[in-house]
Design a protein around this ligand. Structure first.
Ligand code: FES
Length: 431
C-alpha cells in the first residue's frame, strides 16, 4: 500500500506535534464528523477508536482498496460520504439475532451449496470487492536468539527486539519457541530461548448503551489526535478512567484547551448521540459532551495466550482478562501484565454493544444463552462475537464478563495465531 503520511499542515490549536501525521481519521475528528464507516450487520455509524490500527472501526475504501482511516494520510483519500444508504436495512436487521442469516439462507440443506455460491459472489461484488494491493513476496529468514522481545519499551541489550510502533508485525508464537515477524520485506522466524512480551493494552469499553458511537475513543487515541491538532480548543470531553489515569487526562485537557466536563471511575449509564457522541447520562442527569475518552484498559494477551499462558476474568471491579500463569520461558511486562481494571464493575445493559465488529449486543448474548448455549466457545460460534477483524481485542472481556453474569462458563476462547489479520499477500515469501 503506498499511502504517504505527511505532517499536519497547520491551522490547528497549539501545541501540535509536527511528527504526528494528519490522517483521514484525525481530519474526521477535527471536523466533528467522526462517523467514517458503518457496521456490517446493523449499519451503525462507527468511527476511529484506537488510532493505532487494531480496533478496525474506521475502515474506508481508499484509492488502493480497503484501508483503515487512522493509517491513511489525510490527503491520500477523500473523506468518506456521511450517508449510508443501507442504514434502513440495518434498522430492520436489529430485530433479528446475529444467527438469523445462517438459519435462513443456509436452509433448506439441499440448497446450501447454491446459497453459499450466491453469497460468495455477492460479497465479492461492488465496493465490497476492493482488492488487496499486490504485495511483492518477502524474503524468508530464520534467526536464533537468546532473548526475543516484543515492544520496544522492554528492550534488553543483545535481544532481538520486535517493535510494532516502528512497523514490525508480530504474527504469532508457534511451537518450538518460534516467533513469526513481518519486518519490511522480510518474513522472519525468530527462534528464541526466552520471550519477553510488552504488548500493551486495548480499550475496555463500558457495557452501556451507545458504547460504539463515533467519538468514543481510547485515551491513547485522544492523545494522538490532540497531538496532531485534531481536538479543537473548547471541545467538551467526558472521561471514564481509573484514578491513576486522572492526572494524565487532566494534563491532556489542560495542555490542549479541552473542557473536561466529567471524569469518574464509575461508568455513566449511557452515551447518547446519533452519528457521534453528544452527551452522557449519569446518575445526576444528562451532560453534553463531544468526546468520550475511555481510560480503562484490557491487557493485550494474544501472543501470551498463543505461547501457552493461561488467563481468566478478574473478580475485583470491572472484569478484564488477566494472566494466571505463564510458561517458565515467558515474561510479560507493563500494561499487558495488569491484574485489575481499577474501576468498579458495570452491569451489562441489554442495548450495549458487546462485540462491535460483528454487531453482537448484550441482548443477543442473553438470547443465545437462553437457547441453551452454555459455553463461551459455543456462544462465540453461534453469534460470531470475538471473531471479527479486531479478533476480540475490544470485546473479549465484555462478552466473557456478560456470560459470567448469566451463569455461563466464561473461560477464554481459544487463541490461534495470527495475532492480527494479515493478507495472504503479506505472508508470501521466498525461502
Ligand atoms: S481507529 Fe483505525 S483501526 Fe482503530
Amino acid at each position: 500500500m503506498c499511502y504517504v503520511i505527511t505532517n499536519n499542515d497547520g491551522g490547528f490549536p497549539a501545541p501540535v506535534n509536527p511528527k504526528l501525521p494528519a490522517t483521514v481519521a484525525s481530519e474526521a475528528i477535527r471536523s466533528d464528523a467522526p462517523a467514517l464507516s458503518s457496521s456490517f450487520r446493523l449499519r451503525r455509524p462507527r468511527g476511529p477508536m484506537c488510532a493505532k490500527g487494531y480496533c478496525s472501526q474506521c475502515e474506508i475504501v481508499g484509492p488502493d482498496g480497503r484501508a483503515l482511516a487512522c493509517q491513511v494520510a489525510a490527503h491520500a483519500a477523500p473523506p468518506p460520504t456521511q450517508r449510508d444508504l443501507l442504514r434502513p436495512l440495518g434498522l430492520i436487521a436489529a430485530f433479528f439475532p446475529p444467527w438469523f442469516y445462517e438459519r435462513r439462507f443456509l436452509r433448506p440443506r439441499r440448497l446450501r451449496r447454491l446459497s453459499l455460491h450466491v453469497l460468495r459472489h455477492l460479497s465479492s461484488a461492488g465496493p465490497l470487492a476492493a482488492q488487496a494491493p499486490a504485495v511483492r513476496p518477502r524474503r524468508y529468514e530464520e534467526v536464533e536468539v537468546e532473548v526475543a522481545v516484543v515492544g520496544a519499551a522492554a528492550a534488553e541489550p543483545g535481544a532481538f527486539v520486535v517493535d510494532p510502533d516502528s512497523g514490525d508485525v508480530p504474527l504469532g508464537v508457534y511451537p518450538g519457541r518460534t516467533l513469526g515477524v513481518l519486518r519490511g520485506d522480510r518474513l522472519i522466524a525468530v527462534r528464541f530461548e526466552r520471550l519477553v512480551l510488552a504488548t500493551g493494552s486495548y480499550e475496555r469499553l463500558p457495557p452501556i448503551p451507545g458504547n460504539d458511537l463515533p467519538g468514543v475513543v481510547g485515551i491513547q487515541a485522544a492523545e494522538t489526535y490532540a497531538g496532531s491538532g485534531a481536538l479543537r480548543r473548547g471541545l467538551r470531553v467526558a472521561a471514564w478512567a481509573p484514578r491513576e489515569q486522572r492526572r494524565r487526562i487532566e494534563s491532556l485537557a489542560t495542555s490542549h484547551g479541552l473542557r473536561l466536563v466529567w471524569m469518574d471511575d464509575r461508568a455513566p449509564r449511557a452515551i447518547r448521540g446519533r452519528r457521534r457522541v453528544r452527551a452522557i447520562v449519569t446518575d445526576r442527569g444528562r451532560i453534553p459532551c463531544d468526546l468520550f475518552v475511555v481510560g480503562v484498559r484490557q491487557p493485550a494477551l494474544e501472543l501470551a495466550l498463543q505461547a501457552g499462558a493461561t488467563a481468566s476474568l478478574t473478580t475485583d471491579g470491572l472484569p478484564i482478562l488477566a494472566l494466571d500463569d505463564t510458561p517458565p520461558w515467558l515474561e510479560v511486562r507493563g500494561e499487558a501484565a495488569a491484574t485489575t481494571s481499577g474501576v468498579p464493575d458495570v452491569p451489562a445493559a441489554c442495548d450495549a454493544m458487546a462485540c462491535l465488529c460483528e454487531d453482537v449486543r448484550v441482548s443477543d448474548l442473553k438470547a443465545c444463552v437462553a437457547q441453551g448455549f452454555h459455553q463461551a466457545e459455543l456462544v462465540k460460534r453461534r453469534t460470531g462475537a470475538m471473531t471479527g477483524p479486531c479478533q476480540g481485542k475490544l470485546c473479549s472481556a465484555t462478552v466473557l464478563a456478560t456470560l459470567r453474569e448469566l451463569g455461563v462458563d466464561a473461560a477464554p476462547t481459544r487463541a490461534r495465531p495470527l495475532a492480527r489479520p494479515v493478507t495472504l499477500g503479506e505472508l508470501a515469501a521466498d525461502a
